[in-house]
Ligand binder design. Structure first.
Ligand code: SAM
Length: 236
């Protein structure tokens, strides 16, 4: 059985008690359909070394295998999509590192077994890059990144959104987590503010009107040119 406590001090300082596998599965079964949908997005705000995220990834990869296991190119792409939709925040650096390694290990073992001679290091590098961007060391209460001692920095937590647009091309957009978690500004007032004050309106830096829905939506802080998913690591 997995160890649930690393030290008494860590329990006292950070409430670090890992969830046992049986409870993880029972809780994930409450949202079973979502755990088995390759593109469903999960964010765990205090992910520890990844007990929940690891099981979510296993479940998604089982579906990828069932649906695309016979075609290495499709398996590769969909297994990366599964990984791209798993996010975590963790205060303690050693846990965050462990979590990334664990998710990479699960993904790589499944990938290598399914794709055999077609498995390649370029895609492995892309998988590692996704995990670097998706599993972050931060404070889920202040929504700031933390330093190696677990102390808040001034930098907000920023997550990448990965969207496959056509074929093997992915578009990455980076968002501030604090803005994603804000309530939508009231649409009528927001539009009025924008028209009165243009870019000086208080929310104008963080929100924009979606041209398709005409509703306020978080504004990405950075957008990248679409890129083959195996080369996403070219944009830092
Ligand atoms: C009870 S453990 C649960 C870990 C994991 N979710 C699990 O179920 O196995 C809580 C985790 O939250 C982390 N943590 C504590 N305060 C946090 C904060 N403000 N932001 C992010 N993580 C935090 C701890 O380091 C610890 O790994």
């Amino acid at each position: 059985m997995e160890q649930q406590v690393k030290s008494k001090k860590r329990v006292a300082d950070h409430g670090e008690v890992f969830t046992a596998e049986r409870e993880v599965n029972a809780m994930l079964d409450l949202v079973k359909n979502e755990t088995e949908r390759i593109e469903s997005r999960f964010l765990e705000p205090a992910c520890g070394n990844g007990n929940f995220l690891a099981e979510i990834l296993r479940r998604k990869l089982a579906v990828v295998k069932r649906m695309y296991g016979k075609n290495p190119a499709d398996y590769e792409k969909w297994s990366i999509i599964a990984l791209m939709n798993i996010y975590g925040v963790e205060l303690l650096n050693d846990n965050a590192v462990e979590c990334r390694e664990r998710l990479y290990g699960i993904w790589n073992e499944a990938y290598t077994a399914a794709c055999k001679k077609d498995a390649n290091d370029e895609c492995r590098r892309a998988a590692r890059f996704v995990l670097e961007k998706n599993i972050l060391c931060g404070n889920a209460l202040s929504l700031k990144k933390v330093d190696a001692n677990g102390q808040d920095t001034e930098e907000p937590i920023i997550f990448a959104e990965w969207t496959f647009i056509v074929g093997s091309k992915v578009k990455r957009r980076d968002f501030r987590l604090d803005v994603l978690l804000e309530e939508n500004p009231d649409q009528e007032n927001y539009s009025m503010q924008l028209s009165l004050f243009g870019d000086t309106a208080s929310d104008a830096d963080n929100w924009m009107i979606d041209p398709e829905t005409n509703k306020p939506t978080p504004k990405p802080i950075r957008e990248f040119e679409p890129k083959d998913y195996r080369r996403i690591w070219e944009d830092a």
